[in-house]
Design a protein around this ligand. Sequence first.
Ligand SMILES: [Zn+2]
Length: 688
Amino acid sequence: MLKLKKPAAAVLAAALMLSFCSCSEEQGKEQQQSGDTYHFHWKDYTLFETLGDSAKVELKDDFAAAVNYEWASKQKEDFTYSISSFGEANKTVVHNKRAMLEDKSFQNKNIELVRAMDGLYNDTKYKDSLGVEPLKTYLGYIDGIKTLDDVTAYMTDNSKNPFAVALVNIGYFENEALDCEVALDIKLPYLTLENKEYYISISNEGLKKKDTREKQIRYLLERCGYSEKEIEKVISGSFRFESKLASLDYSYISDLKTVKTRAEVLEMAGKYPFKEMLDHYKITTCDNFMGEFAFLDKLENIYKQNNVEDMKAYFKSALALKSILILDTDAFNFYQDSNLDRTNKFAQRIDREQDFYFFYLLGQTSLTAAVDQAYIDYYYDEATHKEIKDFIRQIKEKYLILIDSNKHLSDASKKAVREKLNKLGENVMLPSNKADFTDVKLKTKEEGGSFLDAMGEIKRKEYEHVGEMVQTHLGRSFWDIYNPDLSTTTVGASYFRMQNTIYIKMGILVDPMYNNSAPIEKKLGSFVAVLGHEISHAFDVNNISMDADGKKTDIVTKEEMSFVQDMKERIQSQFAGYEPFEGCGGYSSACDVAGEVIADAEGVKAALMIGKDIEGFDYDLFFRSYAAFWRTIETKARQKDDVANDEHPLDYLRINYTMLQFDEFIETYGIKPGDGMYMDPSQRILIW
Ligand SMILES: [Zn+2]
């Protein structure tokens, strides 16, 4: 899936586990132009560390900085939400969720469950009065385990194992062998250090993580009354057992083409109680399994009585780490402080709004469906839905024109690409199914419940839902409301290649990203350009070989696609060596941003084509809206990470580099050779 922006999980991880790089305070290094290759040389105005330092620049030299200068100079040190349009929209969504919770005239099963969780999480006094008692109760269940049969019983008892920790996990995923319908996905178990490599040969980063996690486990177990000796036993036993798990066959790379039957999978599992897990979650008729077969096959080798004590240690560690954010204030503070990297002098603790954490935590569970269903019932607006659908229709029309006029493709290839566009699935705002929690009962704070108690019920629901998904034929573009990755209240849009479907979430349709009553130029310059970006991913360099049904069939020949490859290389050479600020590290010549760079330009191109049909179209407003949409302030640490790992260029580069591809832009601002926003037309990178 090609995400528009990092998901909340990454944002939260960045916020909770912040580690600043030790870059100097100096700002952007100018790059010299060399030879015939175009190189850009704008200064990075988006750095948090040097906020407000940059002087005002001219539109014709640095469009992004000029348009966003005033906004940037008003920003303060406040990371409650990310400092960007995305952050502002996210804040709007979180506040919208709070408003619907508070509106007591709004009553139904979904909102009732969310309100119960609200009482358990946001009533600090109540939470603090419970302290670590809830954790103590659940640790006690693990202490009671004696035999392998007890382990099996524990793994399949949600009232004792609230996070359903087991030695293998389950989910579902599309599989090409089933025409991209879903199969039950056998997944790897939770590892306290997350990365299996850390158990084999540990790096410095791994050692830091090990140290942090052990501190957190030790802190919680101490509070629960465990002795120093018992705690050491948990920590060493857990590491020993996880090392065994990590040494089994982990493939990590999903095989999306192979499925096996229930009988085959159960035979692989052997003495490991995988059948008990499936039966427990009522997954009895599913006959399509995919995922980590080799791992499951070997699991019985370590599922032995002589490992029971170490398994218990592993369950305790997992339980402690998964609970730390949902216990009392002291535990939360310990978590935040212990995650700070003390070896880094720039490290600082960032606390977000309490509701940000609350909805983030719910968003990691099946209750994401209850929140989203309530949000839909409360905020869904037919007129917006109609308008978005109409914009999609217009964008498709323009792409059809571009495909037809392409000089590199044969008629047969054009036909295949057109068919793919015509068959594109459109998931706009509304998931395909509705949340149904009629069988879920959560103990409220009035009834003496805890967040931890509630997790057991929520986890049960999640896995039973996996069963529903894999035992029903749902069709290719099915949008599952229970899938946290597809939550309609996240601020995002995406193209899912295996489904040939775009997802436009309700979360992105709020101010400042989208406004019903905004002028058409603003809509086209911001949201619609992004819509075009997502649709263009259907025929980008990575996805064009897949046919309309999401299968790989090379609908366009390699020879025909060589012009895209040429553009990719051109982009790489133009980005290569550019370093946003000293110490950041530059884009490498093999950088992978080309796909996203092209999608940005195609999206703007399609939106401009729609604009061209409108009399008296205000191009200035269109281009400014694009720049405002991608406004951002980020820390050096985050940018350094993005330059190294993100397939999207930094936001100010997305703005500038995209804009200067267009004659309309050059003409609107009277840009001439020598200006910072000028690129010779022969160097442009549009493929359609
Ligand atoms: Zn993209």
